[in-house]
Design a protein around this ligand. Structure first.
Ligand SMILES: [Zn+2]
Length: 130
């Protein structure tokens, strides 16, 4: 059974308890790594300058404390394997729905369950609604 690394666990603990519950359940089945939870102004603005986020501080759900968003990638990470990111996201979304904590995924911002109309892919990003 996969478990989170110490690093993943510490990042996940900067997140809302609902995200913690979802991903603790996910990792028991689908191995994954947590790369970003709460972000302060310096980190958010740095990502914005590098074009890695469309949102400036403090408007990202990553900027709440605890964070209402988390970036988690299927492990081991293979950027060329887009299908696996989709497979992982489907698993995360189903787990979240089963816990009654629906999420928005960065591969389907408008949550219409279609992926080809997505304007900005952030395939490891998951955020709580509201
Ligand atoms: Zn994110």
């Amino acid at each position: 059974m996969p478990i989170f690394s110490e690093r993943s666990r510490s990042i996940l603990h900067t997140c809302d308890p609902r995200l913690l519950k979802i991903f603790v359940a996910v990792v028991t089945v689908f191995d994954c790594t947590v790369v970003s939870g709460h972000r302060g102004s310096h980190e958010q603005e740095d990502l914005f300058r590098r074009g890695l986020t469309k949102v400036r501080y403090p408007f990202s759900k990553h900027n709440s404390s605890p964070s209402l968003a988390v970036d988690v990638y299927p492990y081991p990470i293979d950027w060329k394997d887009r299908d696996r990111f989709h497979y992982f996201a489907g698993f995360v979304m189903a787990t979240a729905e089963s816990l009654s904590y629906p999420l928005i995924w960065g591969g389907d911002w408008d949550k219409d369950w279609q992926v080809r109309d997505n304007v900005f892919d952030d395939l490891g990003h998951f955020e709580l609604i509201g």
